[in-house]
Design a protein around this ligand. Sequence first.
Ligand code: APR
Ligand code: ZN
Length: 367
Amino acid sequence: MRARAAVLTEVKKPLEIWEVDIDPPREGEVLVRVVAAGVCHSDLHYIQGDLEAVLPAVPGHEGAGVVEAVGSGVTRFQPGDPVLFVFRAFCGQCFYCLNGRPALCDFSNPIRRTGRMFDGTTRFHRDGQDVHHILGVSCFAEYTVVPEQGLLKLPADVPLDRAALVGCGVTTGVGAVLFAAGVRPGESVLVIGCGGVGLNVVQGAALVGAGPIIAADIVPQKLEWARQLGATHTVNPKEQDLLEAVRSLTEGRGADYAFEVIGRAETIQQAYAATRKGGTMVVVGLTPMGTAIPLDPLDLLRSEKTIKGTVYGSANLPRDIPRLIELYRLGQLKLDELISRRLRLEEINQGFEAMLAGSVARSIIVL
Ligand code: APR
Ligand code: ZN
């Protein structure tokens, strides 16, 4: 079949809309009609070359759609099923999966590394040339083929544009609080960077009854959204010393938990400095490959701080994603509020421009 896809042809260039040939799903694969795809900063990392991908390739890893066809051996999905893409397809059987940590499963490493499906070929082509997959999702396209392990079934009554956000930003942000850090009621939280993911760290902190919840961002509108999602205090580090502000809100100690949700060495250091003795600094933002931060082991020892990384919110994906969707249905998790703009596929580069300009929480591509 033929379909339109947004293709990254070269780093630091806008995506191009190509008409691509899409092969039918092979063994263990599923063809999905994409309904909605979120514009996430991680896609921008590929565009900017901060993360490596085999090009040309179709980005997009936060999305939802409807199963169009299944390959041989696929028994869990049928045409017509509403599904969410999981950008770390997991096997369900390895040490990590059995320990409730599917995001650490190595199963889909070959797809991530090569941009090809497990059999070494791609399902996207143009003029006989291979067009590669990114993270095994590639949902900036009208149709995509993914391994069945990279899908979760969605309830029929949840709007797919809202559900799409749970595929990355919501689970990553809310999960960082609930599952990675395990924040408890009354504990203090600092969130540095209130974009699509950081706002979800804020709402995760509100969900567990943390407080104070201090949101920091250099864009005033982001701070406004952070307040709407449950931040009790906001700080613009351009106008106020962040460390001083955090200390004054935490009896001079620093935050119990400080989340960095940008992916920059300087802000990771700020988060570490703003963490209280015995507290935990959580790195959520993706730094460009090769980034290093200085660490004073003596300070680490004396302060007894914990430095924690988290991927995909450290969520037990098949257990926790349905829970997050259920919290949305119960009105306890905000999804509608996160969508600032809806764009058509041809307008996708505007989504990245708006992200860089700081004018959106999340843009959604509606197909
Ligand atoms: N101090 C505070 N906030 C900052 C600073 C700074 N020095 N620099 C940038 N920001 C804010 C931006 O204003 C923006 O609101 O960080 C936010 C980043 O948000 P987005 O660009 O929307 O990115 P998002 O999709 O939320 O992803 C954040 O998490 O999963 C990773 O790959 C993702 O690294 C990315 C990070
Ligand atoms: Zn993402």
